[in-house]
Design a protein around this ligand. Sequence first.
Ligand code: OGA
Ligand code: MN
Length: 207
Amino acid sequence: MHNPSEHSLLSAIVDDLAARGWSQQSLFLPAELSRGLAAECRRRYAEGELNPAGVGRGAAQEIREAIRGDQIQWIDPGESDVCDRYLGKMDGLRQAINQGLFLGLEDFECHFALYPPGAFYKRHLDRFRDDDRRMVSAVLYLNEGWQVDDGGQLRMFLAEGVEHDVQPLAGSLVVFLSGDVPHEVLPAGRERLSLTGWFRRRGNDPF
Ligand code: OGA
Ligand code: MN
């Protein structure tokens, strides 16, 4: 089903995850698809469909704003062609990770995120204390012509005190183990769009 270059892209991500727990691919999506996704995100924002993101569970509004300032909307299959194409690609990645790393990933949940100018997300881990189903985080960026001076980098805190910054450039994908890599989003000087998601394994609850 995958063409050879798509196959080697997925293998590179799986190999990186196995070797060091994270991967960065600057050409994960064709420009045409990331442009379509950016337009879809902007359209939803203009129509008031994005809402302030929560923090963990049940945190108060003031606490949330001091921690993260992005606006989000969760994506479901069947809402738009561009989103479905993205979900299809991520399902291919889910299967590749399962074949290579035996993580037993069962699904992928994701949301659009829009950081208005000045917004940030303080250092955190993506795995909740009371819900450990999130195994692998995947962030796709949708910003054309992003400059270093625009800020808004994803800063990852890796082993041995190493920090790695990712520019949120259109078509780039960053993937990392949700329980292992603390990270933050630095304040952005211009509107910053992304699609953020998590591959999850089955939960322990009996239902
Ligand atoms: C998140 C997050 C990173 C980014 O939404 O949990 O850390 O670069 N996003 O947008
Ligand atoms: Mn995060």
